[in-house]
Design a protein around this ligand. Structure first.
Ligand code: PEP
Ligand code: MG
Length: 546
C-alpha cells in the first residue's frame, strides 16, 4: 500500500526523501545480571559522554532558545550524581547498565517532579537524556529527529516540542504523523514553519520501507510510492509581509489577533504584526506551582504578557484547568470522564475565590500595562453561567466580559449568551471535540476534529448570526483561525475577529485581504452545505476561484 489518507493541517504540497523520527526504546529489562559488574558499570560514562558530545555539537550549530535547550540537555547527560548512582546500581544491585540508567534517571525525575515549579518542567529533559544514554548503551538509534543531511519529509508517530527544538526549516519539506490531530504540536509547528503537514495518516509507519513521499497538506493525502522521491519543496509563504489592519479586500474589518501563553509568545505576536491578543491562556501562571499563586505573583506574570500590548486589545481567559490540565492545588480527585467533568469555569462555581483572586490580579496587571483588557471564561454551557461570570467580572472593575463558545449547548444558545455578555469567542478545538464526541488528542478520530466539518461550520454560522443580530463581536480563537482559507470562510459566517498562533498571523492577514466579504459569504455557504470536510474545503476553493 502506498497511498494514505490523513488530515491536512498545514497547506501546500511537497515531495522528497523520508526521514523517520525514531521512537524511544522499550523499558530495558532488569536481567540478566552482568557477569562482570565492574566492567558493565564502566560502560556508562563513555555512553553519557558520547550523548553529551553529540548534543553539544548540535548546540554549536544553532542559536537562541534551541542552543540553550541543547546545552542544558548535554549538561544533564553528564550529571555526576546521575552517573554515579547508575554505576552503583550496576555494581551493588547487579543490574545491566541500560536498566541502571533507566532506574537512576527515573529516581531523579521523581525528585524533580515532587520539587514542583520550574524543576518539574525538567522531567521531560531527564527522560530525554535517559533514552539517549540507553540507546547508546544498546547500540540502538537514539530517539528524536535524525540529523538531516538533505531536505526531507519527516515521518513520526507524533512530535513532541523537545523533538523539534533545533529543526532546520530549510531541511524539512513536510511533516507526516501517524497520530496527532488538528490541534497537536505537529500541526501548530508546521503552520509556524509554513510547510505542508498531514496528521493521523494511519498505517503510514507500518508501510516499510518508505523512501520517499509526496504530501498534500490540503487534502491530507500521503503517497509513498517510489516515484515520489523527487524532491520538491512547497512554496513557502515567506514573502508574506503582514503589517496591515485586518479585513477583506472591500474594507470589512476583521481583527487579526494572536493566541499567547507566555511573555515570549507576546513578543512573537507583536513582531508578527498581530493587532492584539484574542486569547491569553493564563494556565502557565498556575502550572509551575503546587499551590495557588497569590495575587501579586499572578499580577506580575500577567503584566509581563500584557505590557507589549499597551494601548491594544487583549482578551484574557480565566483559568482553564481540569481535563487534560489538572492542577494539584485544586485537588479535584479522580473523575471518570474528565473532559466532561468539572473543568474551566465549572471549577469556579464551587470555588469562586479562585476566580475573584484571578480577576483582582488581572485588573492590577491591566492598569500597570495600559493594555485594553477584556476577560473571558472557558467551558461555559448556559446563559445563566455566562451571566454569573459577567457579574463577577464587572464587580471586579473590568469593563468587558465575554465567554468562549466551546460546548455545543452554548453555540445553540448563542443569542441568549450574547445577551448576557459583551462578546463571545469560539474555541473550535473543544467545540469540534464535543460536537463530534471525538477526543481532540486522538489520532484515530482526527478526521472528525477537522475544522472543515460542515456540522461544525453550521454551528459557527449560528453563533455568527446571533452576533450580527445583537451587534456584538464573535471571534474564533481555536486552531481553525490559523488556516488562511478557512479564515475567509469564518468571516463569511459572521466572525469578526480571528486569533491564532503568532506564526500564522501574516499568512492569514494577507489571505483574508484577497477577496471581498460577499465572496467569503458565498464560499461559506457552499462549505457549510457540503457533505464532508474535504468537499467543504473544495467547495470554498472553487467558489473563491469563480
Ligand atoms: C479551543 O478549545 O479552541 C481553545 C482555543 O481553547 P484550548 O485550546 O486552550 O482548549
Ligand atoms: Mg478550549
Amino acid at each position: 500500500m502506498s497511498s494514505f489518507s490523513g488530515v491536512g493541517v498545514s497547506s501546500g504540497r511537497a515531495s522528497g526523501p523520508v526521514a523517520r523520527v525514531a521512537e524511544a526504546l522499550p523499558e530495558p529489562a532488569a536481567a540478566p545480571a552482568p557477569t562482570d559488574p565492574a566492567a558493565e558499570a564502566r560502560r556508562i560514562r563513555p555512553a553519557a559522554e558520547a550523548v553529551a558530545d553529540r548534543l553539544s555539537e548540535r548546540a554549536g550549530a544553532v542559536g537562541g532558545e534551541a542552543k540553550a535547550l541543547l546545552e542544558t540537555t548535554a549538561a544533564m547527560a553528564l550529571d555526576p550524581a546521575l552517573l554515579s548512582q547508575a554505576e552503583q546500581l550496576v555494581t551493588g544491585n547487579s543490574l545491566p547498565a541500560a536498566r541502571a540508567v533507566h532506574e537512576a534517571a527515573n529516581g531523579f525525575a521523581e525528585a524533580l517532579r515532587s520539587a514542583g515549579g520550574y524543576l518539574a518542567e525538567r522531567v521531560r529533559d531527564i527522560h530525554d537524556v535517559r533514552d539517549r544514554i540507553i540507546a547508546e548503551l544498546l547500540g540502538a538509534t537514539p530517539p528524536g529527529v535524525p540529523d538531516l543531511e538533505r531536505p526531507s519529509v519527516l515521518l513520526a508517530r507524533d512530535l513532541a516540542p523537545a523533538d523539534t527544538a533545533d529543526l532546520d526549516p530549510r531541511l524539512v519539506l513536510a511533516l507526516v504523523t501517524e497520530e496527532g490531530g488538528p490541534t497537536s504540536h505537529t500541526a501548530i509547528l508546521a503552520r509556524s514553519l509554513g510547510i505542508p503537514a498531514v496528521v493521523a495518516a494511519r498505517g503510514v509507519l507500518a508501510a516499510a520501507p518508505v523512501v520517499g513521499a509526496t504530501v498534500d497538506g490540503d487534502t491530507g493525502a500521503v503517497d509513498t510510492s517510489s516515484e515520489a522521491v523527487r524532491t520538491q519543496a512547497a512554496q513557502r509563504p515567506t514573502e508574506v509581509n503582514w503589517t496591515g489592519t485586518g479585513g477583506t479586500s472591500d474594507g470589512h474589518s476583521v481583527s487579526i489577533l494572536a493566541n499567547v501563553g507566555s511573555v515570549a509568545d507576546a513578543h512573537l505576536a507583536v513582531e508578527a504584526g498581530a493587532q492584539g491578543v484574542g486569547l491569553f491562556r493564563t494556565e502557565f501562571c498556575y502550572l509551575a506551582t503546587d499551590d495557588e499563586p497569590d495575587v501579586p505573583t499572578q499580577r506580575a506574570a500577567y503584566a509581563g504578557v500584557l505590557t507589549p500590548f499597551a494601548e491594544r486589545p487583549v482578551v484574557v481567559r480565566t483559568l482553564d484547568a481540569g481535563a487534560d490540565k489538572p492542577l494539584s492545588f485544586l485537588d479535584m480527585g479522580v473523575e471518570p470522564n474528565p473532559a466532561l467533568g468539572v473543568r474551566g469555569l465549572r471549577i469556579c462555581f464551587e470555588r469562586p475565590g479562585v476566580l475573584d483572586r484571578q480577576l483582582e490580579a488581572i485588573v492590577a496587571a491591566a492598569e500597570e500595562s495600559g493594555a485594553q483588557v477584556a476577560v473571558m471564561a472557558p467551558m461555559v454551557a448556559t446563559a445563566d453561567e455566562a451571566s454569573w461570570f459577567a457579574e463577577r467580572v464587572r464587580a471586579a472593575g473590568l469593563g468587558r466580559a465575554g465567554v468562549m463558545i466551546e460546548v455545543p449547548a452554548a453555540a445553540l444558545a448563542a443569542h441568549e449568551i450574547l445577551d448576557a455578555v459583551d462578546f463571545v469567542s469560539i474555541g473550535t478545538n473543544d467545540l469540534a471535540q464535543y460536537v463530534f464526541a471525538a477526543d481532540r488528542m486522538s489520532g484515530a478520530l482526527a478526521s472528525l476534529n477537522d475544522p472543515w466539518q460542515p456540522a461544525l461550520l453550521r454551528l459557527i454560522a449560528q453563533v455568527g448570526q446571533a452576533g450580527q443580530k445583537l451587534g456584538k463581536p464573535v471571534g474564533v480563537c481555536g486552531e481553525a483561525a490559523a488556516d488562511p482559507l478557512l479564515a475567509g470562510v469564518l468571516t463569511g459566517l459572521g466572525v469578526t475577529s480571528l486569533s491564532m498562533t503568532a506564526a500564522a498571523v501574516p499568512a492569514v492577514g494577507s489571505a483574508l485581504a484577497a477577496h471581498p466579504l460577499a465572496a467569503y459569504q458565498v464560499a461559506a455557504d457552499a462549505a457549510q452545505n457540503a457533505p464532508s470536510a474535504a468537499r467543504a474545503r473544495e467547495a470554498a476553493v472553487t467558489s473563491l476561484q469563480a
